[in-house]
Design a protein around this ligand. Structure first.
Ligand code: 13P
Length: 252
């Protein structure tokens, strides 16, 4: 996969819509000059309509950080892919570890993934172990999250799927505390192996695999060059337009 994808997960930030618009405009302006990368910004739901008004471009798309598995209904607090599509959101991050930590199971993630794809929204399904032991138990964790999360997702649906590998222990840290790039490459090969078992080699290879967890301008390039990921899912560093743009520039 030559074209890279970089996704900004703003999480529950910033606190004011004016600030959200400022960051978004900064990113929008900056990405016009960068080739070979697709950029996606996933703000909190409430900012989506305002950011949609600022516009999306060929290089900059909008997404959200979660969506439910039904279009409408008695589901207090939930938002559906159909609703966010009306505000130009084409991507939905599903199964983020911060949601799994609140009790979201892989079964629930699976329902959300399948529904998002049916609605034509690209599902960015997150997987990641909470800790790494010497015995390599984390491979089992990732296999299970992939197999359960993708149950019922067909080969024909894969064009609407992105896998984001985010080791939970590496989130929200300094650059030096992120996963090291050779270990990332090992995990990328493992994820490709599981996807190959599920879908066959050629279809599996087309599914983009992203890395997330303390991505900064200083370590971004290694993740792509040595870790061989197709892109990055960026949290904290995506809240400053310049820092986020520096990350993107590092990988082109
Ligand atoms: P940080 O980049 O802040 O570590 O967050 C990673 C993440 O969870 C993105 O989804």
């Amino acid at each position: 996969m030559s074209k890279k994808i970089v996704i900004a997960n703003w999480k529950m930030n910033p606190s004011k819509v004016a600030e959200a618009k400022k960051i978004y405009n900064g990113i929008k302006k900056g990405v016009t000059k960068i080739r070979g990368v697709d950029t996606v910004v996933c703000p909190p739901f409430v900012f989506l309509p305002e950011l949609a008004k600022l516009g999306v471009t060929k290089k900059l798309a909008l997404g959200v950080q979660d969506t439910f598995y039904e279009e409408t209904g008695a589901q207090t607090g939930q938002v559906s892919p159909a609703m966010v599509k009306g505000y130009k959101a084409k991507y939905t991050i599903l199964g983020h570890s911060e949601r799994r930590a609140l009790g979201e199971s892989s079964d629930l993630v699976n329902k959300k993934v399948r529904h998002a794809i049916v609605e034509g929204c690209t599902a960015v399904m997150c997987v990641g172990e909470t800790e790494r032991s010497d015995e390599g138990d984390y491979f089992r964790v990732i296999r299970e999250e992939l197999e359960v999360g993708l149950a019922g997702v067909k080969r024909a649906d894969l064009s609407k799927l992105i896998i984001a590998y985010e080791p939970v222990w590496a989130i929200g840290k300094r650059a030096e505390e992120a996963l090291d790039a050779p270990a990332l490459y090992e995990m990328v090969l493992f994820i490709q192996k599981v996807l190959t078992e599920l879908y066959g080699r050629a279809p599996a290879q087309k599914v983009p695999i992203l890395y997330g967890g303390s991505v900064k301008p200083s370590n971004a390039k290694e993740f792509v060059e040595v870790g061989k990921v197709d892109g990055l899912l960026v949290g904290g560093a995506s809240l400053k337009a310049n820092e986020f743009l520096d990350i993107i520039k590092e990988i082109v």
